[in-house]
Design a protein around this ligand. Structure first.
Ligand code: FAD
Length: 278
């Protein structure tokens, strides 16, 4: 069982617990992106098992009529074992979710995976005429070119700043430059995309910029935030905009919880207070 300390960031250990969380979000006008925790598998069986769980999750979402989609990680679907393994597993998920009418996001991992991830996304998005989305990272120097390529592909694009510690030859390392890049990517997308823009950020400045661009160009967009991060803002923004909460679940919750708790002082204090019961 997940201890109360971690339930701020993780929606449970089982699909049933995750779907209970989704129901609760939907009651508050928030939509959900459900992610089964897991990454960097070095055996085919784990990748196969997670792919099967995603297919079953998509069927459950469709059967219960919840406002939810799923988000998968390439290395959870066997990318470390080979691009062909990832391709095969992600295709089974997207094909079966498409039949259920459930949207699938593909998370983006470190820069060595970008080409394989974008190529898989492009093929699946063209095959299903949308129904799938991919994430791009503002800290990578290549991303302006990638976004120009994505403008002509159906499906959605999630814009994030980038969570991986990348080498300086491929990535911007200082926050101010990453922020400037993020804004430039949004400007391009709001001007050139037909919609399908997802602002995956907790940063009020980036969200305000997206709202301004939406008002200027009329392009549709959605806001995406992580479970447990700026929960109040998620509810407030949902009064006026489409807000999706990324809600992870599963029994591999410990390292995810640790990352969330360590990334900001206030999260760490929250964890410490929960431990000492104050
Ligand atoms: P930061 O640059 O970290 O912070 C900017 C400002 O935002 C802060 O000054 C503060 O005002 C506010 N803020 C940020 N965090 C908090 C907090 N905990 N509490 C209160 N205020 C806060 N990265 C990937 O590399 N690949 C992915 O596939 C991916 N998917 C993601 C999906 C979603 C839905 C989200 C939200 C993020 C995802 N990320 C992904 C992570 C992303 O790359 C960033 O590392 C992460 O979101 C932190 O950047 P930020 O824009 O939220 O804000």
């Amino acid at each position: 069982m997940i201890p109360p300390i971690a339930t701020r960031f993780v929606a449970g250990e089982t699909p049933a617990e995750a779907l209970d969380h989704v129901r609760n979000l939907n009651d508050r006008d928030l939509k959900a992106i459900v992610n089964l925790l897991g990454e960097h598998y070095d055996d085919r069986e784990s990748a196969r098992a997670d792919a099967a769980e995603y297919r079953s999750l998509a069927a459950d979402i469709a059967a219960t009529d919840l406002d939810a989609c799923i988000s998968v990680k390439p290395s959870q679907l066997g990318l470390d074992l080979g691009a062909d393994v990832f391709r095969e597993e992600v295709t089974t998920i997207v094909d079966s979710a498409a039949e259920e009418g459930v949207f699938v996001w593909i998370d983006m991992e470190d820069h060595t995976t970008t080409d394989t991830t974008l190529d898989a996304f492009e093929d699946l998005a063209r095959k299903h005429d949308g129904g799938v989305g991919v994430c791009v990272q503002a800290n990578l120097k290549r991303t302006r070119d990638d976004v120009r390529r994505l403008a002509d592909i159906p499906g959605k694009v999630r814009f994030v700043k980038g969570a991986y510690d990348e080498p300086a030859d491929v990535a911007y390392k200082d926050k101010a430059t990453v922020n400037r890049e993020y804004e430039a990517l949004l400007e391009y997308a709001f001007e050139h995309f037909d919609g399908g823009i997802a602002v995956g950020s907790h940063d009020p400045a980036m969200i305000d910029r997206a709202i301004d661009l939406h008002e200027e160009h009329g392009t549709d967009f959605e806001i995406q935030m992580l479970m447990g991060v700026r929960d109040d803002a998620q509810e407030e923004l949902a009064d006026d905009y489409e807000v999706w909460q990324y809600a992870p679940y599963g029994d591999r919750w410990k390292s995810y919880f640790y990352r969330r708790a360590m990334e900001r002082k206030e999260n760490l204090w929250f964890a410490v207070r929960a431990i000492v019961g104050r």
